[in-house]
Design a protein around this ligand. Structure first.
Ligand code: ADP
Ligand code: MG
Length: 238
């Protein structure tokens, strides 16, 4: 299978650079190859490249730091959303690099990734981790305080069926947010279940993946799909 070969080659190249963590644009390549919808994203090494990519991707765009030394990009003030002109893109590029330099002077900055801006929608998190005895586990939650404070998450051993995936979504306490209340339409549960299944499959198919973290995933209304706005993949040791 072409996707599998592409992913194996990318993992080998990451290992070759003595890294275990894929950058967002690398993780999104893996996910797209596996049929998971992500934002289009490309790496710019300077402001001119950033402007050229923004034009190709189409405004508005989002710029984010691409550095193996920066895991939480917002903490380093390395994310700028909703940029809608060449000037804004150039300024955002310079500001992101300056912010990250100030945050971590010795960070190895590969560039700034340019991606499409996703309009506001319900946000969830989807991930996998690897249990030492049971293997890959799929995780689902609403993100933000729902996960961090309320620990409102559901888990299943991978691989999961569509029914498992739908159950995972329905069993969190925050489910009404997705089901739609007070006239809000329901979220696209079909697309969300498909995403959970695919992410589980990916973790099963590649034992070298120790963690996948999609945070946030934007979930649109029924029939309109889902898209991963941020992605991390961590490889195991060895
Ligand atoms: P971090 O490394 O800090 O988790 P993220 O990539 O998740 O950085 O970006 C921070 C926030 O910016 C996200 O939680 C989301 O609200 C917003 N964001 C990220 N990517 C996009 C995008 N493509 N379109 C719209 N908003 C985005
Ligand atoms: Mg994130």
């Amino acid at each position: 299978m072409a996707a599998k070969k592409e992913i194996i080659e990318l993992f080998a190249s990451i290992r070759g650079q003595n890294r275990r963590e894929l950058l967002e644009f690398e993780a999104k390549k893996v996910l797209s190859a596996w049929g998971v919808k992500t934002t289009r994203i490309e790496l710019a090494r300077d402001t001119n490249e950033a402007v050229k990519l923004a034009r190709e991707i189409k405004y508005p765009v989002v710029l984010k730091i691409a550095s193996p030394d920066i895991i939480h990009k917002s903490d380093a003030r390395g994310v700028k959303v909703g940029l809608s002109s060449e000037i804004e893109v150039k300024q955002a590029f310079e500001e992101i690099v300056a912010n990250v330099r100030a945050y971590k002077p010795d960070a190895n900055i590969l560039g700034v990734a340019v991606q499409e801006f996703i309009p506001p929608a319900r946000e969830v998190i989807v991930g996998t981790l690897r249990d030492p005895s049971f293997g890959p586990v799929v995780m689902f939650g609403l993100g933000g305080i729902w996960v961090e404070v309320l620990k409102d998450v559901s888990f299943r051993l991978a691989p999961i069926t569509k029914e498992d995936a739908l159950e995972m979504v329905q069993e969190i306490r925050g489910y009404p947010v997705l089901a739609g209340t007070r006239g809000a339409p329901p979220a696209d549960f079909e697309a969300l279940a498909d995403l959970l299944q695919r992410v589980g499959e990916l973790a099963v198919e590649f034992p070298e993946i120790s963690e996948i973290d999609l945070n946030p995933v934007f979930v649109f209304d029924e029939g309109k799909g889902v898209v991963a706005a941020d992605a991390r993949i961590i490889l195991g040791e060895g």
